[in-house]
Design a protein around this ligand. Structure first.
Ligand code: HEM
Length: 424
């Protein structure tokens, strides 16, 4: 079965994700009428659209049957795919990080840093993260009664935390932020390097490749430094790490830094900005958390579900199989739609309501299975500490203009959240 053209157009349109409602309505219709069918669009190879929570988990659980590395992990046009393969000696990927790997490499490369992101290791960072969070809360207080919570706080705080974890000096943070926004904001004229929105063209691939090359130049110098002078940071783990007794491959090491330096803050920033946007529009929800800080963990899970900053990942079937009554052929491409899974009426009551008391809240915003987000505990911890510090001083918040989302069909969230507030 093929899904309706208008729906297929919507779910690949970066502006439908910026709008939010348009994509929500499209996925709600798909879940009802066509929960697992093929999108056939001229610019793209056909792909299955996996919209239900249970089916997303079913695909992710079987990571040998549904591979990450065989085709692009991000929805890509036929033209862009051809361009990438021409540049990369036949590979469909510009980088080779954990996301692009399958076993046995995935297991080995994930094992290298898994310990650094485990809750026990993160506990050692708690005091330092709290200092950083306090300084951002103070910065907000100093701004008086108005700020753009996305740009002034939410973009910068997780950036600062993850750059310290990696070992990037503070002076280079603006550069890292700009490169990240160029990488994820390729379809947004406000953010993309080329300044236009011609996503999926040769020019767009070339511009992405130049962003990746800038990251690599930066991290190559860092690798050399950490080989000579190892420190207690993630860069030293990557620079001096061994996979099966040998140093990491060059592309793999560079890609490891890039994923940490991009996925490691952008998603958390989006979630943080989206949480305050939701609360500013819902005084009753704000009042509940203010009165009972034990609800902060509920606020965190609900805002991750609500924003779902990662909009999809692709998988490729390694054999003929059946899924939810559909025959999937070897080589078929599947889009896992996390925002759809996180609005699935079969799992969430009133999925279009923001409820800090939602319980249980088994969202799939961090993915599932072998590739489940490596940084999920860090992301939760950063947000918890920021909300603890902010709620202790924030008395009132409301919108002071119209918030807007970035346009992207892969990773996006709010780009501006103007607020008026009162702090003590
Ligand atoms: C709210 C914040 C975040 C969200 C919503 C998020 C979401 C995701 C998702 C959906 C995946 C793919 C999972 C899958 O395929 O099943 C992923 C993977 C990953 N994330 Fe996150 N992420 C967040 C924060 C972070 C942070 C703070 C880091 C820190 C470095 C990070 C690093 C990674 C890495 C390295 C992977 C690849 C894991 C693998 O393929 O094995 N993420 N994340």
């Amino acid at each position: 079965m093929t899904i309706a053209q208008d729906l297929a157009q919507t779910i690949v349109d970066p502006y439908a994700y910026a709008d939010g409602q348009r994509v929500d309505e499209a996925f709600a219709r798909l879940r009802r009428e066509s929960p697992l069918d093929r999108a056939e669009l001229e610019a793209f190879d056909p792909f299955w659209v996996v919209t239900r929570h249970a089916d997303i988990k079913e695909v992710e659980r079987q990571n040998d049957l549904f591979h990450n590395g065989d085709r692009s992990t991000v929805l890509t046009t036929i033209e862009a795919d051809r361009r990438v393969r021409a540049m990369m000696g036949g590979s469909p990927h510009l980088v080779r990080a954990l996301v692009q790997m399958d076993n046995p490499d995935h297991f080995a490369y994930r094992h290298l840093t898994q310990g650094s992101f485990a809750p026990q290791s993160l506990r050692a960072l708690e005091a330092r993260i709290r200092e950083i969070a306090k300084s951002f809360v103070e910065r907000m207080a100093q701004m008086g009664e108005r700020c753009d919570f996305a740009r002034d706080i939410a973009f910068l705080y997780p950036l600062h935390v993850v750059m310290e974890v990696i070992g990037v000096p503070e002076a280079d943070e603006p550069r890292m932020l700009k490169l990240t926004q160029e990488l994820f904001g390729g379809a947004d004229p406000d953010l993309s390097r080329s300044g236009d929105s011609a996503l999926g063209t040769d020019a767009a691939v070339d511009s992405l490749q130049s962003v990746v090359a800038d990251f690599m130049t930066y991290f190559n110098a860092m690798t050399e430094d950490r080989r000579a002078n190892p420190r207690n940071d993630l860069a030293s783990v990557i620079a001096n790490g061994k996979i099966n007794g040998a140093p990491l491959g060059h592309l793999e090491a560079m890609s490891y830094y890039i994923i940490a330096a991009t996925a490691g803050h952008d998603t958390t920033s989006s979630t943080t900005a989206g949480a305050l946007w939701a609360l500013a529009e819902r005084p009753a929800q704000f009042a509940k958390v203010k009165a009972n800080p034990a609800l902060i963990s509920g606020l965190i899970e609900e805002s991750i579900r609500w924003v779902t900053p990662v909009k999809h990942f692709m998988r490729t079937a390694t054999a003929d199989t059946e899924l939810a009554g559909r025959k999937i052929a070897k080589g078929d491409w599947l889009m896992l739609s996390y925002p759809s899974g996180n609005r699935d009426e079969a799992v969430f009551d009133n999925p279009f309501e923001f409820d800090v008391e939602r319980m249980p809240n088994r969202h799939v915003a961090f993915g599932y299975g072998a590739h489940v987000c490596l940084g999920q505990h860090l992301a939760r911890m950063e947000m918890r500490i920021l909300w603890e510090e902010l709620f202790a001083r924030l008395d009132r918040v409301e919108l002071d203009g119209t918030p807007r989302n970035m346009a992207a069909s892969f990773v996006c969230g709010p780009k501006t959240v103007p607020i008026r507030f009162k702090m003590h």
